[in-house]
Design a protein around this ligand. Sequence first.
Ligand code: SOE
Length: 377
Amino acid sequence: MTKLLNIGMVGYGFMARAHSNAWSSVSHFFETGYKPVLKAAAARNASKLRHFADMWGYESVESDWRALIARKDIDAIDICVPNDLHAEIAIAAARAGKMVLTEKPLARTAAEGLPMVEAVEKAGVPNMVWYNYRRVPAVMLIRNLVASGKLGRIFHYRAKFLQDWTISPDVPQGGQGTWRLDVDAAGSGVTGDLLAHCIDTAMWLNGSIDSVSAMTETFIKERRHAETGKAQPVGIDDAAAVMARFQNGSLGTFESTRYARGHKAAYTLEINGEKGSLSWDLHDLNRVQFFDHSVEGQLRGWTNILVTDGDHPYMGHWWVPGLIIGYEHSFTHQVADFLDGLKTGKPAAPSFRDALETNRVCDAIIASGKSGQWVSI
Ligand code: SOE
Protein backbone atom coordinates (compact mmCIF):
# COMPACT_ATOMS: atom_id res chain seq x y z
CA MET A 1 0.00 0.00 0.00
CA THR A 2 1.43 3.37 -1.00
CA LYS A 3 1.47 5.95 1.79
CA LEU A 4 1.04 9.66 1.13
CA LEU A 5 3.81 11.90 2.49
CA ASN A 6 2.77 15.54 2.85
CA ILE A 7 5.57 17.98 2.09
CA GLY A 8 5.81 21.46 3.61
CA MET A 9 8.25 23.55 1.57
CA VAL A 10 9.93 26.62 3.09
CA GLY A 11 11.10 28.93 0.29
CA TYR A 12 10.38 29.45 -3.40
CA GLY A 13 13.78 30.01 -5.06
CA PHE A 14 16.06 27.95 -7.28
CA MET A 15 16.50 25.12 -4.75
CA ALA A 16 12.80 25.02 -3.83
CA ARG A 17 12.15 24.41 -7.55
CA ALA A 18 14.81 21.67 -7.77
CA HIS A 19 13.40 19.93 -4.69
CA SER A 20 9.74 20.34 -5.72
CA ASN A 21 10.56 18.76 -9.07
CA ALA A 22 12.11 15.80 -7.24
CA TRP A 23 9.22 15.38 -4.80
CA SER A 24 6.68 15.48 -7.61
CA SER A 25 8.45 13.15 -10.05
CA VAL A 26 9.89 10.48 -7.75
CA SER A 27 6.88 8.20 -7.45
CA HIS A 28 6.54 8.00 -11.23
CA PHE A 29 9.94 6.33 -11.47
CA PHE A 30 10.74 4.74 -8.09
CA GLU A 31 8.48 2.37 -6.14
CA THR A 32 9.36 3.32 -2.59
CA GLY A 33 5.99 2.75 -0.96
CA TYR A 34 5.54 6.53 -0.57
CA LYS A 35 3.93 9.17 -2.73
CA PRO A 36 4.98 12.72 -1.82
CA VAL A 37 2.24 15.35 -1.98
CA LEU A 38 3.10 19.04 -2.41
CA LYS A 39 0.84 20.07 0.45
CA ALA A 40 1.90 23.59 1.37
CA ALA A 41 4.64 26.16 0.79
CA ALA A 42 5.65 28.99 3.11
CA ALA A 43 7.47 32.29 2.56
CA ARG A 44 7.08 35.97 3.39
CA ASN A 45 6.80 37.39 -0.12
CA ALA A 46 3.12 36.67 -0.89
CA SER A 47 3.15 37.27 -4.65
CA LYS A 48 6.33 35.27 -5.32
CA LEU A 49 5.07 32.47 -3.08
CA ARG A 50 1.69 32.37 -4.87
CA HIS A 51 3.41 32.21 -8.26
CA PHE A 52 5.72 29.42 -7.07
CA ALA A 53 2.84 27.47 -5.48
CA ASP A 54 0.76 27.74 -8.67
CA MET A 55 3.63 26.69 -10.93
CA TRP A 56 4.36 23.58 -8.88
CA GLY A 57 0.86 22.71 -7.76
CA TYR A 58 1.18 23.24 -4.01
CA GLU A 59 -2.26 22.84 -2.48
CA SER A 60 -1.93 25.78 -0.08
CA VAL A 61 0.39 28.54 1.16
CA GLU A 62 1.42 29.95 4.53
CA SER A 63 2.99 33.37 5.07
CA ASP A 64 5.03 32.12 8.05
CA TRP A 65 7.07 28.90 8.33
CA ARG A 66 5.90 28.57 11.94
CA ALA A 67 2.32 28.14 10.72
CA LEU A 68 3.54 25.47 8.31
CA ILE A 69 5.27 23.56 11.10
CA ALA A 70 2.17 23.86 13.32
CA ARG A 71 0.00 22.12 10.73
CA LYS A 72 -1.03 18.58 11.62
CA ASP A 73 -1.31 17.58 7.95
CA ILE A 74 2.40 18.18 7.18
CA ASP A 75 4.77 15.20 7.52
CA ALA A 76 8.09 16.60 6.28
CA ILE A 77 9.56 20.10 6.28
CA ASP A 78 11.94 20.91 3.43
CA ILE A 79 14.13 23.97 4.07
CA CYS A 80 15.15 25.93 0.96
CA VAL A 81 15.97 29.35 2.40
CA PRO A 82 19.31 31.12 3.08
CA ASN A 83 21.69 29.34 5.44
CA ASP A 84 21.10 31.66 8.43
CA LEU A 85 17.52 30.38 8.70
CA HIS A 86 18.27 26.64 8.55
CA ALA A 87 18.89 26.13 12.28
CA GLU A 88 15.83 27.87 13.70
CA ILE A 89 13.43 26.22 11.26
CA ALA A 90 14.99 22.76 11.49
CA ILE A 91 15.01 22.75 15.29
CA ALA A 92 11.37 23.91 15.47
CA ALA A 93 10.34 21.30 12.89
CA ALA A 94 12.12 18.50 14.76
CA ARG A 95 10.52 19.56 18.05
CA ALA A 96 7.13 19.40 16.32
CA GLY A 97 7.92 15.80 15.31
CA LYS A 98 8.29 16.51 11.58
CA MET A 99 10.80 14.85 9.29
CA VAL A 100 13.35 17.52 8.32
CA LEU A 101 15.34 18.01 5.16
CA THR A 102 17.53 21.02 4.54
CA GLU A 103 19.38 22.32 1.52
CA LYS A 104 23.18 22.24 1.97
CA PRO A 105 25.18 23.24 3.89
CA LEU A 106 23.59 22.06 7.14
CA ALA A 107 24.32 25.44 8.78
CA ARG A 108 26.62 28.45 8.54
CA THR A 109 29.10 26.83 10.96
CA ALA A 110 29.47 23.54 12.82
CA ALA A 111 28.63 25.31 16.08
CA GLU A 112 25.31 26.35 14.59
CA GLY A 113 24.75 22.89 13.11
CA LEU A 114 25.34 20.89 16.30
CA PRO A 115 22.02 21.85 18.00
CA MET A 116 20.27 20.89 14.75
CA VAL A 117 21.81 17.44 14.94
CA GLU A 118 20.85 17.17 18.61
CA ALA A 119 17.29 18.27 17.89
CA VAL A 120 16.60 15.71 15.15
CA GLU A 121 18.28 12.94 17.11
CA LYS A 122 16.37 13.78 20.32
CA ALA A 123 13.09 13.87 18.41
CA GLY A 124 14.01 10.70 16.52
CA VAL A 125 12.83 12.19 13.22
CA PRO A 126 14.19 11.22 9.78
CA ASN A 127 16.56 13.91 8.51
CA MET A 128 18.75 14.57 5.51
CA VAL A 129 20.87 17.30 3.92
CA TRP A 130 20.61 17.77 0.16
CA TYR A 131 24.12 17.10 -1.12
CA ASN A 132 22.69 16.13 -4.49
CA TYR A 133 25.90 15.42 -6.46
CA ARG A 134 26.36 12.12 -4.59
CA ARG A 135 23.28 10.92 -6.47
CA VAL A 136 24.59 11.46 -9.98
CA PRO A 137 24.76 7.84 -11.27
CA ALA A 138 28.35 8.31 -12.51
CA VAL A 139 29.44 9.58 -9.08
CA MET A 140 27.63 6.70 -7.39
CA LEU A 141 29.44 4.31 -9.75
CA ILE A 142 32.77 5.86 -8.69
CA ARG A 143 31.76 5.35 -5.07
CA ASN A 144 30.96 1.67 -5.73
CA LEU A 145 34.21 1.10 -7.61
CA VAL A 146 36.35 2.76 -4.93
CA ALA A 147 34.54 0.88 -2.14
CA SER A 148 35.06 -2.43 -3.95
CA GLY A 149 38.83 -1.82 -3.91
CA LYS A 150 39.13 -1.36 -7.68
CA LEU A 151 41.69 1.43 -7.22
CA GLY A 152 43.56 -0.23 -4.35
CA ARG A 153 45.37 2.13 -2.02
CA ILE A 154 44.36 5.75 -2.64
CA PHE A 155 47.07 8.37 -3.06
CA HIS A 156 45.30 11.51 -4.27
CA TYR A 157 41.87 13.12 -4.33
CA ARG A 158 41.38 16.39 -6.20
CA ALA A 159 38.30 18.43 -6.90
CA LYS A 160 37.39 21.88 -8.11
CA PHE A 161 34.17 23.86 -8.40
CA LEU A 162 34.55 27.03 -10.47
CA GLN A 163 32.07 29.79 -11.32
CA ASP A 164 32.33 33.37 -12.60
CA TRP A 165 29.11 35.14 -11.66
CA THR A 166 30.40 37.53 -8.98
CA ILE A 167 33.26 39.19 -10.88
CA SER A 168 31.37 42.45 -11.39
CA PRO A 169 31.56 44.80 -8.39
CA ASP A 170 27.93 45.71 -9.16
CA VAL A 171 26.63 42.33 -7.96
CA PRO A 172 25.09 43.20 -4.59
CA GLN A 173 25.33 41.26 -1.37
CA GLY A 174 22.04 40.22 0.24
CA GLY A 175 18.76 39.68 -1.60
CA GLN A 176 17.36 36.73 -3.55
CA GLY A 177 20.18 34.55 -4.87
CA THR A 178 22.82 37.14 -3.91
CA TRP A 179 22.41 36.37 -0.19
CA ARG A 180 25.27 33.99 -1.00
CA LEU A 181 27.59 37.04 -0.95
CA ASP A 182 26.38 38.24 2.46
CA VAL A 183 28.41 36.59 5.21
CA ASP A 184 25.63 37.04 7.77
CA ALA A 185 23.20 35.07 5.63
CA ALA A 186 25.60 32.54 4.12
CA GLY A 187 28.23 32.02 6.82
CA SER A 188 31.01 31.86 4.24
CA GLY A 189 31.46 32.33 0.50
CA VAL A 190 32.62 29.68 -1.94
CA THR A 191 33.67 27.43 0.93
CA GLY A 192 30.16 26.80 2.24
CA ASP A 193 28.44 27.12 -1.13
CA LEU A 194 30.68 25.22 -3.55
CA LEU A 195 33.56 23.56 -1.72
CA ALA A 196 31.00 22.04 0.66
CA HIS A 197 29.80 19.90 -2.27
CA CYS A 198 33.38 18.85 -3.08
CA ILE A 199 34.14 18.05 0.57
CA ASP A 200 30.92 16.07 1.04
CA THR A 201 31.63 13.94 -2.03
CA ALA A 202 35.31 13.59 -1.12
CA MET A 203 34.66 12.27 2.38
CA TRP A 204 31.95 9.95 1.12
CA LEU A 205 34.32 8.50 -1.51
CA ASN A 206 37.61 8.62 0.35
CA GLY A 207 36.89 8.88 4.08
CA SER A 208 37.46 11.57 6.71
CA ILE A 209 39.73 14.56 6.37
CA ASP A 210 42.19 15.07 9.23
CA SER A 211 43.62 18.50 8.53
CA VAL A 212 43.61 21.32 6.00
CA SER A 213 45.74 24.24 4.93
CA ALA A 214 43.91 26.89 2.94
CA MET A 215 44.52 30.07 1.02
CA THR A 216 41.36 32.22 0.77
CA GLU A 217 40.79 35.65 -0.76
CA THR A 218 38.08 38.28 -0.99
CA PHE A 219 38.74 40.07 -4.28
CA ILE A 220 36.03 42.72 -3.99
CA LYS A 221 36.12 44.22 -0.53
CA GLU A 222 32.94 46.28 -0.57
CA ARG A 223 29.53 45.71 -2.16
CA ARG A 224 26.15 47.39 -1.95
CA HIS A 225 23.71 45.51 0.25
CA ALA A 226 20.49 44.72 -1.64
CA GLU A 227 18.33 45.37 1.42
CA THR A 228 19.89 48.57 2.84
CA GLY A 229 21.23 49.97 -0.46
CA LYS A 230 24.45 50.91 1.39
CA ALA A 231 28.00 49.84 0.51
CA GLN A 232 29.21 47.39 3.15
CA PRO A 233 32.44 45.42 3.67
CA VAL A 234 32.33 41.96 2.08
CA GLY A 235 32.86 39.19 4.64
CA ILE A 236 32.86 36.13 2.42
CA ASP A 237 35.69 34.22 0.77
CA ASP A 238 35.52 34.74 -3.01
CA ALA A 239 38.05 31.99 -3.69
CA ALA A 240 39.67 29.15 -1.78
CA ALA A 241 42.57 26.82 -2.58
CA VAL A 242 42.95 23.99 -0.11
CA MET A 243 45.42 21.22 0.67
CA ALA A 244 44.06 18.38 2.79
CA ARG A 245 45.25 15.22 4.49
CA PHE A 246 42.78 12.33 4.57
CA GLN A 247 42.68 9.83 7.42
CA ASN A 248 43.61 7.01 4.99
CA GLY A 249 46.95 8.72 4.29
CA SER A 250 46.02 10.16 0.89
CA LEU A 251 46.48 13.81 -0.08
CA GLY A 252 43.70 16.10 -1.26
CA THR A 253 43.62 19.34 -3.21
CA PHE A 254 40.49 21.44 -3.64
CA GLU A 255 39.85 24.70 -5.44
CA SER A 256 36.78 26.86 -5.59
CA THR A 257 36.09 30.34 -6.88
CA ARG A 258 33.41 32.56 -8.39
CA TYR A 259 36.09 34.47 -10.35
CA ALA A 260 37.14 31.91 -12.98
CA ARG A 261 35.96 33.74 -16.11
CA GLY A 262 34.18 31.37 -18.47
CA HIS A 263 33.28 28.76 -15.85
CA LYS A 264 29.66 28.51 -14.71
CA ALA A 265 29.53 25.32 -12.63
CA ALA A 266 32.76 23.51 -13.38
CA TYR A 267 32.72 20.75 -10.78
CA THR A 268 35.28 18.06 -11.49
CA LEU A 269 36.80 15.36 -9.32
CA GLU A 270 39.58 12.80 -9.72
CA ILE A 271 40.86 10.04 -7.51
CA ASN A 272 44.16 8.23 -8.06
CA GLY A 273 44.96 4.84 -6.59
CA GLU A 274 47.61 2.18 -6.87
CA LYS A 275 45.60 0.13 -9.40
CA GLY A 276 43.86 2.87 -11.34
CA SER A 277 42.26 6.29 -11.48
CA LEU A 278 38.70 7.59 -11.86
CA SER A 279 37.49 11.02 -12.84
CA TRP A 280 34.22 12.86 -13.41
CA ASP A 281 33.09 16.21 -14.79
CA LEU A 282 29.68 17.75 -14.04
CA HIS A 283 29.51 19.16 -17.58
CA ASP A 284 29.59 15.60 -18.91
CA LEU A 285 27.78 14.11 -15.95
CA ASN A 286 26.77 10.81 -17.49
CA ARG A 287 30.37 9.73 -18.03
CA VAL A 288 33.12 8.30 -15.86
CA GLN A 289 36.74 8.16 -17.04
CA PHE A 290 38.55 5.08 -15.76
CA PHE A 291 42.19 4.12 -16.06
CA ASP A 292 42.66 0.45 -15.19
CA HIS A 293 46.32 -0.40 -14.67
CA SER A 294 45.54 -4.15 -14.83
CA VAL A 295 44.81 -3.93 -18.56
CA GLU A 296 47.79 -5.44 -20.36
CA GLY A 297 50.14 -3.82 -22.83
CA GLN A 298 49.05 -1.74 -25.77
CA LEU A 299 45.35 -1.59 -24.83
CA ARG A 300 46.09 0.14 -21.54
CA GLY A 301 44.55 3.61 -21.40
CA TRP A 302 41.67 5.74 -20.19
CA THR A 303 38.23 4.20 -20.72
CA ASN A 304 35.25 6.44 -21.22
CA ILE A 305 32.17 4.84 -19.59
CA LEU A 306 28.72 6.13 -20.52
CA VAL A 307 26.78 5.46 -17.32
CA THR A 308 23.33 4.78 -18.77
CA ASP A 309 22.92 0.99 -18.66
CA GLY A 310 20.14 -0.59 -16.62
CA ASP A 311 22.64 -2.08 -14.18
CA HIS A 312 24.32 1.28 -13.51
CA PRO A 313 23.23 3.04 -10.29
CA TYR A 314 19.62 4.37 -10.56
CA MET A 315 19.56 4.02 -14.36
CA GLY A 316 17.22 1.03 -14.47
CA HIS A 317 14.49 3.42 -13.32
CA TRP A 318 14.83 5.73 -16.31
CA TRP A 319 14.89 5.17 -20.06
CA VAL A 320 16.85 2.69 -22.16
CA PRO A 321 20.67 2.36 -22.39
CA GLY A 322 22.30 5.30 -24.13
CA LEU A 323 19.67 7.85 -23.15
CA ILE A 324 21.23 10.40 -20.83
CA ILE A 325 19.84 12.14 -17.76
CA GLY A 326 20.64 15.49 -16.12
CA TYR A 327 21.21 17.64 -13.03
CA GLU A 328 17.60 17.47 -11.80
CA HIS A 329 17.70 13.66 -11.62
CA SER A 330 20.28 13.82 -8.82
CA PHE A 331 17.59 15.41 -6.61
CA THR A 332 15.00 12.79 -7.60
CA HIS A 333 17.49 10.07 -6.63
CA GLN A 334 18.07 11.76 -3.31
CA VAL A 335 14.34 11.76 -2.58
CA ALA A 336 14.06 8.12 -3.72
CA ASP A 337 16.81 7.15 -1.26
CA PHE A 338 15.19 9.17 1.50
CA LEU A 339 11.85 7.42 0.95
CA ASP A 340 13.55 4.03 0.73
CA GLY A 341 15.16 4.81 4.08
CA LEU A 342 11.72 5.42 5.58
CA LYS A 343 10.57 2.08 4.24
CA THR A 344 13.59 0.01 5.29
CA GLY A 345 14.43 1.88 8.50
CA LYS A 346 18.00 2.35 7.15
CA PRO A 347 18.19 6.16 6.88
CA ALA A 348 19.53 7.77 3.74
CA ALA A 349 22.77 9.74 3.96
CA PRO A 350 23.92 12.36 4.49
CA SER A 351 22.05 12.77 7.75
CA PHE A 352 22.38 16.01 9.72
CA ARG A 353 25.17 14.32 11.69
CA ASP A 354 27.04 13.30 8.53
CA ALA A 355 26.71 16.81 7.12
CA LEU A 356 28.02 18.34 10.35
CA GLU A 357 31.40 16.85 9.47
CA THR A 358 31.42 18.81 6.20
CA ASN A 359 30.66 21.97 8.17
CA ARG A 360 33.63 21.17 10.43
CA VAL A 361 35.97 20.90 7.46
CA CYS A 362 34.58 24.15 6.01
CA ASP A 363 35.15 25.91 9.35
CA ALA A 364 38.74 24.63 9.36
CA ILE A 365 39.26 25.95 5.81
CA ILE A 366 38.04 29.41 6.78
CA ALA A 367 40.17 29.37 9.96
CA SER A 368 43.25 28.24 8.04
CA GLY A 369 42.65 30.88 5.36
CA LYS A 370 42.75 33.52 8.11
CA SER A 371 45.67 32.18 10.13
CA GLY A 372 47.83 30.76 7.35
CA GLN A 373 48.31 27.64 9.53
CA TRP A 374 47.34 23.99 9.10
CA VAL A 375 44.14 23.30 11.05
CA SER A 376 43.13 19.91 12.43
CA ILE A 377 39.51 18.85 12.12
C1 SOE B 1 25.56 28.70 -6.47
O1 SOE B 1 25.61 29.34 -7.69
C2 SOE B 1 25.02 27.29 -6.62
O2 SOE B 1 23.72 27.38 -7.06
C3 SOE B 1 25.07 26.53 -5.29
O3 SOE B 1 24.31 27.19 -4.30
C4 SOE B 1 24.63 25.11 -5.52
O4 SOE B 1 24.69 24.38 -4.32
C5 SOE B 1 25.52 24.48 -6.58
O5 SOE B 1 25.11 23.17 -6.82
C6 SOE B 1 25.46 25.27 -7.86
O6 SOE B 1 25.80 26.59 -7.59
